[in-house]
Design a protein around this ligand. Structure first.
Ligand SMILES: [Zn+2]
Length: 308
């Protein structure tokens, strides 16, 4: 009996230790005097990273700071907030979500005083799928997220708009393309800083996720990215990008879409895509094995619908 009790106590201690185990550190990269990229790990959500896998951006204005993307849970949101608080004493007055996916938006709950900004479609999709994203986070990280709540934007921008704004003295253009990584992406262009914040429309060294993608419009959006004279691009996942790297991503996505369309038009099947479309560039990316099958399937269905 005593032995069992000791074992139980040991197990409880272990569980306690697992709970206090810190999340992977936030990698802070200074872009300029007021813009910082807060880079997260590039692994998929797991027990070790607690779902922390997103890049955030901190923009420090005159009267407050703006935080872009908040992480997969209240815990991840607080972790990112802590890193931001090391860089400024000003309050975070505004939070922006680049799209509705849980890894970008479920940390909103720890910024109760901030005005939350997203695209209109992002807000709708958060309302429709937020609970599903919390469940995904719980199952992939193996933890319960009782304090993670879906908190949606109070300021939204409509699809297919580019709206210049000024927040805390910082000029920002909010760009909502028709569709790309999701139906509700929003990119941010900082003209004075020459910084483009891409959300998951732009990712680096990881496989772009097509789960909710509008693939053809994504290719178009990447072509339009080239219009911005960006010095720095902050992607949704992975290290900072140059405009040249964004161009390469555009070419890779365009070639892939065209390749799938060619297979379809020549009477081939979805299975022929892997045989006939070169995936050499894709194979170099992280999470290729986990994501590429789904990406091919999503693209195939959209090419089919497009050509019906
Ligand atoms: Zn993401």
């Amino acid at each position: 009996m005593k032995k069992i009790l000791l074992l139980l106590a040991g197990a409880a201690l272990l569980a306690g230790a697992a709970l206090v185990k810190p999340l992977p550190e936030v990698k802070t990269v200074k872009v300029n005097e007021r813009v910082y990229a807060l880079l997260g790990p590039t692994e998929l959500p797991n027990a070790h990273n607690g779902g922390y896998m997103v890049n955030s951006t901190l923009i420090i204005g005159d009267k407050g700071a703006i935080l872009v993307d908040t992480g997969f849970s209240d815990e991840v949101g607080a972790h990112i907030r802590k890193a931001a608080e090391k860089l400024t004493r000003l309050p975070i007055t505004h939070v922006v979500n680049t799209h509705h996916h849980g890894d970008h938006s479920l940390g909103n709950v720890v910024f109760p005083g901030a005005e939350i900004i997203s695209s209109e479609n992002c807000k709708k999709l958060m309302i429709d799928t937020g609970a599903e994203w919390i469940a995904i986070g719980e199952s992939m990280t193996g933890r319960k997220l009782p304090n993670t709540k879906v908190v949606t934007a109070s300021r939204t921008y409509a699809s297919q708009t580019r709206t210049p704004a000024e927040i805390n003295g910082v000029k920002i253009e909010f760009w909502v393309p028709e569709g790309a990584h999701t139906k509700g992406d929003m990119l941010m262009w900082l003209p004075d800083d020459k910084v483009l914040i891409g959300g998951d429309v732009l990712v680096n060294t990881v496989t772009p996720g097509f789960r909710d993608a509008e693939v053809k419009q994504w290719v178009q959006t990447l072509a339009e990215v080239q219009q911005y004279p960006a010095r720095t691009i902050i992607p949704g996942h992975g290290p900072l990008m140059t405009l040249q790297q964004a161009k390469q991503l555009h070419q890779q996505m365009a070639a892939f879409y065209a390749g799938v369309e060619k297979v379809y038009k020549s009477g081939g099947s979805e299975e022929d895509v892997r045989k006939q479309v070169s995936l050499k560039e894709w194979q170099k990316l992280k999470h290729f094995d986990e994501q590429m099958g789904g990406n091919i399937n999503r693209t195939w269905l959209q090419v089919e619908a497009e050509n019906f």
